[in-house]
Design a protein around this ligand. Sequence first.
Ligand code: B12
Length: 143
Amino acid sequence: MKKSIRVLIARLGMDAHWRGSIVVARALRDAGMEVIYISNQMPENIVQTALQEDVDVVGLSTLSGNHMILAPEVVRLLREKGMDGTAVVLGGAIPPTDVPKLKAAGIKEIFGPGTSLEKIIRVISELNGTSSLYPDLTSDNEG
Ligand code: B12
């Protein structure tokens, strides 16, 4: 049996928008993932915790416009620590023009406002090759 996915969820920098990160953290936990929620943190602390907790995925949340500086920094620091296998995903208010730049910087997936929780669970499961653990979530159920 495959081990459950370990996901670290953090709000980037001083972002005050907590609702999305909490909703997503609960949904991932309810889907069987191990979720570590650390609220507001800077990239250095996020990567330090990712290392200590040996997570598979780092989920970042921000709606306050700090994503172009802080999200790529998380990827850079993870790589510096040798955590190349740890996927970084980002959720929040991300202008579409920033999406290609963030993906080029190593962010695996970006989830904007209104993304269904089913889609978030499915994509994170697939990032880890464990989608078979969640057979009821394989359809694209965008709402
Ligand atoms: C509520 C709210 C606030 C509250 C936040 C309290 C709270 N409840 O969290 C308060 C009043 C504090 C606030 C403050 C500010 N806000 Co405000 N706020 C909102 C509002 C109305 C709703 C946000 C919300 O709760 N949505 C519900 C949740 C469930 O949705 P969500 O967060 O988007 O999450 C979804 C996805 O984004 C994604 N997701 C989010 N996080 C994560 C994490 C992971 C790991 C994954 C996988 C997915 C994911 O999945 C979720 C489910 O679909 C939005 C407008 C809007 N309709 O979005 C503006 C909005 C986000 N705020 C905005 C702004 C500008 C601000 C302020 C800068 C205003 C100011 N000048 O002070 C400050 C920010 C200060 C700071 N330091 O961060 C702008 C952002 C503009 C931008 N960046 O492009 C918005 C879009 C309003 C607007 N139209 O201008 N805000």
